[in-house]
Design a protein around this ligand. Structure first.
Ligand code: F6R
Length: 260
């Protein structure tokens, strides 16, 4: 796991955008894994800027979302499909149908979850998966006590996640209780995991992710088993790391030929 402690959210966005830009410019059929929430917003703005100013194209790419609320009306602004459309897809040159997400309104949710897994496999698997982390250590919506081998399925959100996400809704009551989420096993199949976190509220989850024991109670810790993980943090999110200086030294003195 490579930990990069950044001086600002802008630096996190620039480094994350570099990873996606390299993939987009070197692969003939890149598959992006995209996240929602507040953490990726500046990254998406930076990708849009590179598209507009540098001609970075997404026309040959596919993208898969991590998760979706169950039961939000199709036109609800906080339905993740609509969030990704607004923040990313509609501002870039993706081909029609190239951005896909789990269907939180399917009549047969388990069948839709299985079909979503197949779509990702048929696309060749995710090359770079962008991730945020919940204050309770979730990635996607794999809440504490999730199976470390789980696949896309319906999950109930914890009260903590509903409270955390209430800022996107008019009230806590409006935050759905259920979601459809890629499983930890699904996420672990991506070739490169790129997790971003900022702010003091994420410090405990980040410390567990990087330095804690692997445990279903901190689901992100499963990433310690993954061979290619990059964790981009601001100082506040890195505040609980015992080896922060070591990570700083390792990144500063990294050989120039070694990418992220
Ligand atoms: C969203 C998702 C979640 C968020 C996490 C952090 O698609 O998968 O795991 O990444 O809840 O959310 P923010 O970035 O809003 O703090």
């Amino acid at each position: 796991m490579e930990v990069v402690i950044c001086s600002s959210e802008q630096q996190i966005a620039a480094i994350a955008a570099d990873v996606f830009e390299t993939l987009l410019r070197t692969s003939t059929n890149p598959v992006l894994g995209v996240a929602t929430g507040s953490s990726p917003v500046l990254i998406y703005d930076e990708l849009v800027r590179r598209h507009v100013e540098k001609g970075l194209s997404f026309a040959h790419a596919k993208a898969f979302m991590l998760d979706e609320y169950v039961g939000l009306p199709i036109d609800h602004p906080e339905r993740y499909r609509n969030v990704i459309e607004r923040q990313l897809a509609s501002r870039l040159d993706f081909a029609p149908g190239a951005v896909q997400g789990p269907d939180g309104n399917a009549v047969d949710l388990p069948a839709a979850c299985g079909a979503y897994e197949e779509m990702i496999v048929d696309a060749g698997g995710v090359d770079v998966q962008l991730l945020g982390i919940g204050t309770d250590g979730h990635i996607a919506f794999n809440e504490p006590a999730s199976s470390l081998a789980s696949r896309t399925r319906v999950k109930m959100l914890t009260e903590q996640t509903r409270v955390d996400n209430a800022r996107f809704f008019d009230s806590l009551e409006q935050v759905p209780h259920y979601c459809v989420t890629q499983g930890l096993g699904t996420i672990m199949d991506a070739a490169h995991l790129l997790l971003v976190a900022n702010g003091p509220a994420k410090a405990e989850a980040v410390a567990q992710l990087v330095e804690g024991p692997i445990s279903a109670m901190w689901p992100a810790t499963v990433m310690q088993w993954h061979p290619h993980v990059t964790v981009l943090l601001d100082e506040a999110a890195a505040a609980g790391l015992r080896l922060a200086d070591y990570y700083r030294d390792a990144f500063t003195n990294k050989p120039s030929w070694q990418g992220l």
